[in-house]
Design a protein around this ligand. Sequence first.
Ligand SMILES: C[S@@+](CC[C@H](N)C(=O)[O-])C[C@H]1O[C@@H](n2cnc3c(N)ncnc32)[C@H](O)[C@@H]1O
Length: 512
Amino acid sequence: MEDDKKILEDKGFNLQGQVVFENYSGPDWTNKTMDILLQRARIMCSDEVELYFAGVDVTSVHLYNPRIELEALHTILSFLDKALCSGYHTINGILHALRELSIKMIQELGDKIRLETIIVTNYSCDKERHLLQWGKSKGVRSKLEVAYVEGAGRGAIATEDLKVGDIALEIPVSAIISEELVHESDMFPILEKIDGISLETMMLLWSMKEKHNPDSKFKLYFDALPEVFNTGLSFGVNAIMALDGTLLLEETVQAKEHLRTQYDELFPALCNDHPGIFPTELYTWDQFLWACELWYSNGMKVMFTNGKLQTCLVPIAGFLNHSLCPHILHYGKVDSATNSLRFPLSRPCNAGEQCYLSYGKFSSSHLVTFYGFLPQGENPYDVMPLGNSLALLPFLHMHLCKSEGLDNLDFCSRHVEVGDSLQNTPNIMACVQLGLAFRENFETELEILEALRSTFEDMLETLGETDLDDRSTSWDVKLAVKFKDQQRRIVSSIVTSCYYGCKLLEDELLKK
Ligand SMILES: C[S@@+](CC[C@H](N)C(=O)[O-])C[C@H]1O[C@@H](n2cnc3c(N)ncnc32)[C@H](O)[C@@H]1O
């Protein structure tokens, strides 16, 4: 919040909450006013890390992060709707014009980033249809159907053209799998006596048994779940080996070791002490891992009307896949008027198009480990290890450092951003140019940049080359190799940028 304020002040905004509609009778007033509103909204919609890395130019019209752009446009739209409802009649015309423009800009943004969904027709969706019917009988309202989509298992497809603000899906609280169920179960009195056990772990253990309960209220939900999840937690030895040289290797190994320790702390003790409640055959390591993958990849944080935030399984909503710029941005808070979880659209979704939501601001390594996929497009939340002495390097588009320029290596390590190609993301160059504009000490900057280049060159070497026969390779090795290729591309782009940055500085030094 303080960062937001500072940036707004730096940009000369009036922080008293008033936007002055200057010259609104002029020919271009709507665009100009929208521009001002957008500059503010981009800052308001960026979190601390995003602000930190976009510090130089968060107000730029450049799409440095489509999710923030969408969030900003949506914030403006909500603001305009509120203003229109509260009846500022004298400026109604202006508000309507701005509203129309923001809807148009949201539409244009959606068109720019649209992902093509290929529906795979040779899979039966009977189980999914049964679940949808069950949902309907429980009061679920849906404008989505389920289909197999290429590269992502099942996905949710819009059954009609959906506009901004339309509710794609509405799930009553009674159809959500939440802590209440474990509290009511016969395992709760045993579990609550275990020191330090979390409610999440209790839910996980409950779901392992409930999955096999023929009388479960959620039987059709469990029936429709995948038999295997294919996340990084299930990577085999070859996939782990293929990750050599990447941060992900350690992440997946550590995550799995952590889960194994957790399992060993609970089993076989619980089965031995309470065989009637924890049957051995339902609580094997493999089944525990399956349940972990279920909760990591399908768990949703839900805020209930009593203010409690819980990780839940939400039938039907669990068919929604993730996108870096999703249709559904705001969800997860139970609507007190309807006692349901609603999934409203922040950008339009046409009939037949896959409707996406955002799982969160996750790096690709997190998505591979806990969800088992790499998102399409450049992920602005990726991180790069910068060697032992340096901090993790967030990979955000466009800007290399704040206007201070490069002060020291540590400063640099925290500010560097990496682009996907030199032409449209001249990050290191932008940084150097900033340095040139603000500072005299080119020698130090050159040293820093050379050190950076050398660090990334070493990293590139460690990543090595991959030679993959795609036909005979298993899903996990393919995913590991895809991840490594992506890392290589990023690092290689930084090396190139460092190289050009050094050259620019050397030229400047020659001129002196
Ligand atoms: C909540 S589920 C979504 C429904 C899932 N596709 C299914 O068939 O059950 C999350 C899982 O969907 C897949 N997924 C989600 N978004 C994806 C994307 N953009 N690309 C590929 N797979 C995705 C991953 O396997 C992830 O673990």
